[in-house]
Design a binder for this molecule. Sequence first.
Ligand SMILES: Nc1ncnc2c1ncn2[C@@H]1O[C@H](COP(=O)(O)OP(=O)(O)OP(=O)(O)O)[C@@H](O)[C@H]1O
Ligand SMILES: [Mg+2]
Length: 365
Amino acid sequence: MTAQAAFAGLDLLATAVIALDADFTVCFVNTAAELLFSLSSKAARGQRLAKLFAEGAELEARLRTARAESAGFWEQAATLTPIGQEPVGVNVLASPVEADGVAALVEVRPIEKRLRVEREEQLASASQASRELIRNLAHEIKNPLGGLRGSAQLLERELADRPELREYTQVIIKEADRLQVLMDRLLTPSRLPRMGPVNIHEVCERVRSLVLAEFPEGIVIRRDYDTSLPDLTGDREQLIQVVLNVVRNAAQALAGAPAHLRPVRPEITLRTRVVRQATLHRRRYPLALELAVVDNGPGVPEAIAGRIFNPLVSGRDGGSGLGLTIAQTYVQHHHGVLECESQPGRTVFRVVLPIGANGSGGDKP
Ligand SMILES: Nc1ncnc2c1ncn2[C@@H]1O[C@H](COP(=O)(O)OP(=O)(O)OP(=O)(O)O)[C@@H](O)[C@H]1O
Ligand SMILES: [Mg+2]
């Protein structure tokens, strides 16, 4: 069977795939790759990568090493520039294979411009500044809250013979409590992580049962676990919070979707995978894990799509807009990345975390 016939099924995928033969010449380009890079499959076939992409030679060198080591690699926030065209921001997953004259598969996912987690160099300082501002503000608000609440309680006691006024003091007390919870959440991410061995599937199972209990009306949470994944070094509580915030958002999006956007079978999938040779925040890790939380809900609202990781940005009634900010902060404590791709019917939040000696236990706290 020719590579062409063998890989025809790849045309059905939304992910761009390029197959290379043992000499690293292109033997197949699927439709998604043709669209992504404005390439014609016919013209690309038989070409070296260096003829097609400005970064082709470098990619080829890495593929060569990958094949020699029989291990794929994953490159986050890379750039591929089709010759004569604009650069495309992508995540690249390359795996050596042995099938029908094909020696390597390169999967390319475009980084959605609107939704990508901003590259750290560009925005780290801005988000750091806004986080600090918010923390300071939260402190300022928190300080007088205790006094406010206490005074309202005293007042309530003094007014014991005027029960009709209790309604007012209760408003003050309840609102003070609500603000207190909000401020505590704003201030939480500062705790330094307490690192230990963490099994990601235990984390997923815990979150799964919490969310199922919270949303009893018919959300299915599927598991697609790679049980060969070793423990990672991390802060268990923080990682539970990360996964919980993301999965809860998915459940809320499913439960709150307007009728015409609600899927017949609301479903969330927790998928774990091993990632070899991951580059995270410009550091390369031999081993990492990917946890994808996929839902078939209505997708992130267009209006806030580029800002969902910013504090206080929410697209739902009663949301405080902190869940993803906190998740992002915790993931960064673990030197990992959290990113999102969303369209109606399919939203994916992907957490990639380094595993092992050079990973979370590395040089930065
Ligand atoms: N899976 C998803 N599908 C659709 N929209 C989502 C999804 N995940 C997040 N969002 C959108 O991103 C917004 C921000 O999420 P985030 O968790 O930061 O805040 P929140 O859920 O509004 O409030 P909080 O988590 O603090 O209670 C959400 O309000 C929602 O509009
Ligand atoms: Mg949330």
